[in-house]
Design a protein around this ligand. Structure first.
Ligand code: 3IX
Length: 186
């Protein structure tokens, strides 16, 4: 990673709640209209995440042709969105809503269309409402697949918020969500 990112010394590691999905199990979407994970968002990426060991979460993304940036390669914003999603999902263990405060991505290798990306994200610890996360991506299938090569990395700071944070925008939710506000997994 070339960016600056320093983890604080006083990080707290959360306990994994009894009702949290176990390793290998799928994490529920946090919001059905979410562009990253929602199954009621036709234009979205529909990413699914599973629980890994400890505080790790795994996600996959099929790099579709309409995710194109430069000719033949993924758009950097799409890759950033995928990191935002899986790192946000790594915060789900806290069982509180979070929003992204800061996200920094290093694009280490080009990622061609048709790739299948595997993401490994983790919650590194919390300080008060601040949630520190990190993640890597690898191409596990497709034309330039090499699961030993990290093609991108990300560091993200999330902030826990109250549900009221989303109340102020509820008028703007499009259509009728499949899982109404406040009845998602947490
Ligand atoms: C999207 C969730 C839907 C609801 C689902 C509900 C439950 C699901 C559970 C979990 C969610 C699971 C998965 C989520 C997956 C993906 C989600 C994608 C997430 C997004 O895509 S979300 C959209 C983009 N996101 C925003 O739309 C945020 C806009 N923004 C704000 O709403 C405010 O900006 C906010 C709230 C971030 C902070 O505001 P605030 O007033 O609450 O907090 P305040 O300023 O007091 O800061 C407190 C401490 O954080 C430090 N701090 C703050 N910001 C910092 C920064 N940028 N860099 C470094 N440090 C920062 C301060 O320095 C201080 O630090 P200290 O404690 O040390 O003093």
């Amino acid at each position: 990673m070339s960016g600056t990112w320093t983890l604080p010394d006083d990080l707290v590691l959360p306990e994994i709640p009894e009702n949290h999905p176990r390793p290998g199990e799928t994490l529920p979407q946090h919001w059905s209209k979410c562009f990253g994970c929602g199954d009621d968002q036709p234009s979205g990426m529909k990413m699914h995440c599973t629980v890994g060991d400890g505080l790790e979460v795994h996600g996959r993304l099929d790099v579709a042709t309409h995710y194109q940036g430069g000719p033949g390669f993924i758009h950097g914003g799409i890759l950033t969105t995928a990191f935002d999603e899986v790192q946000g999902m790594a915060c789900m263990v806290l069982q509180r809503p979070v929003v992204t405060g800061h996200l920094q991505v290093d694009f280490a290798r080009p990622i061609p269309l048709g790739s299948v990306l595997e993401f490994r994200a983790r919650l590194d610890g919390t300080v008060r409402r601040k949630v520190y996360t990190s993640a890597e991506a690898r191409i596990v299938d497709g034309p330039m697949a090499d699961p030993d090569v990290v093609v991108a990395t990300s560091r993200g700071l999330f902030l826990t918020v109250d549900f009221e944070h989303f109340e102020q925008a509820k008028e703007f939710v499009d259509g009728v969500p499949a899982s109404p506000h406040g009845t998602s997994s947490v």
